[in-house]
Design a protein around this ligand. Structure first.
Ligand code: SAM
Ligand code: SF4
Ligand code: SF4
Length: 354
């Protein structure tokens, strides 16, 4: 069921499409594999403890390299960049990089996904001034005990709420909030999260717990499906489905019938959206992944550091995209109603970026 969501109509500077006709539009750039949180579903402490070897600084793409690859990607049709990680705000002088990315021809949207822990008012204003259009913050619970247990560094929810206010005040909006729901962990936070963000101009998006990487011990029973989330919200509020506004939109959008705003649900497990997937991901060391569930990325940094020309690198990127046939979530849905945590070397979310 790939074709129904595929959009072939929008123009781009030079159209690069994959084997299913999906254009390359979005590039998610992981700026670091490090994070100051240890979310139990993403970087569990027993695997990302003091012995874990993070990437050495020299291995990371530097700003010149990131800017160059973003420019070449823009030449292939990318218009939207999302900066992520790990925790992207750990990257020093981030606003300098953003200023350079924002100046690129063809790039018209720069977003950032962050846990918010370092998003002070000053930092938010700097990011805005540098060219970030929107930020997405992650917050998996309003209840402090629940949230602290998930982030596993004792970080309180109130500080993420402050960061959301900082983002709003800086004009980094509309601010979105990602909330991953895991059965037995935080499904009782669905309604408190809804109450927190109704009547605000923040768009709350619930995310089905995904089987990315190999370290989160994913089990299908832990996925609270979009259907269940909708049913839970409806125990208290009437909501109606909204049509998608952009092709390839990841979230199902719902509106509160009483006018209190919107809520989104990213149903990547129960309602896969591979057909509209126009996203490529660049790891912090310059590997290109054409699917969040990739096992191997293609090394771009190697040829770049060995002296490849712009034309050679552009051909390399285009060729990878043109051969792309990824539709992991659809295949997972077709094959396994009851798939367990049997991951087979897939790359971690904290490495490739969400
Ligand atoms: N550190 C930043 C943050 O947390 O916002 C950016 C990187 S994080 C990997 C990006 C997003 O991926 C976060 O919203 C996080 O909740 C989400 N995420 C991580 N692992 C996930 C999983 N297994 N299933 C669903 N979402 C996940
Ligand atoms: Fe860090 Fe984000 Fe992963 Fe949490 S979800 S451990 S904040 S990268
Ligand atoms: Fe895109 Fe892969 Fe996710 Fe499908 S599973 S939507 S191809 S990233």
């Amino acid at each position: 069921m790939l074709s129904d969501l595929t959009d072939n109509s929008a123009p781009s500077a030079s159209r690069t499409t994959d084997t299913f006709g999906r254009p390359l539009r979005d590039l998610r750039i992981s700026l670091t594999d490090r994070c100051n949180f240890r979310c139990t579903y993403c970087m569990p402490r027993h695997l990302f403890g003091s012995e874990h070897l993070f990437l050495p600084r020299a291995a990371l793409l530097d700003f010149d390299e990131i800017e160059r690859l973003a420019r070449l990607a823009a030449g292939l049709g990318v218009s939207k960049l999302r900066l992520t990680g790990g925790e992207p705000l750990l990257r020093r002088e981030l606003d300098v990089l953003i200023g350079r990315l924002a100046a690129l021809d063809g790039i018209d949207d720069i977003c950032l996904t962050t846990n918010g822990s370092l998003l002070t008012g000053k930092r938010a204003r700097e990011l805005k001034a540098a060219g970030v259009n929107r930020v997405t913050l992650s917050l998996d619970a309003i209840d402090d005990d629940v949230f602290k247990a998930i982030n596993d560094v004792g970080f309180p929810a109130s500080k993420v709420l402050n960061a959301i206010d900082n983002a709003k005040a800086a004009g980094l909006g509309p601010v979105k909030v990602n909330c991953v729901i895991q059965r037995g962990v935080n499904e009782h936070q669905i309604l408190p999260m809804v109450e927190q963000f109704r009547h605000s101009d923040v768009v709350l998006r619930f995310i089905e717990f995904m089987d990315v990487g190999t370290s989160n011990g994913w089990r299908m029973e832990e996925v609270v499906t979009a259907r269940e989330i909708v049913d839970t919200v409806r125990t208290r509020h009437a909501i109606s489905r909204l049509p998608a506004t952009t092709p390839g939109e990841t979230a199902n959008r719902w509106t509160f019938d009483d006018g209190a705003g919107e809520v989104g649900i990213i149903a990547s497990v129960s309602q896969p959206f591979c057909g509209g997937c126009t996203r490529a991901r660049l790891s912090a060391i310059g590997e290109l992944y054409t699917c969040l569930f990739g096992v191997h990325g293609r090394d771009i940094r190697g040829p770049m550091r060995a002296g490849a020309t712009d034309a050679e690198l552009s051909d390399l990127l285009a060729g990878i995209w043109q051969r792309r046939d990824d539709r992991y979530s659809e295949i997972r849905g077709e094959q396994t109603a009851e798939r367990q945590g049997d991951a087979d070397g897939r790359v971690e979310m904290s490495y490739i970026g969400g």
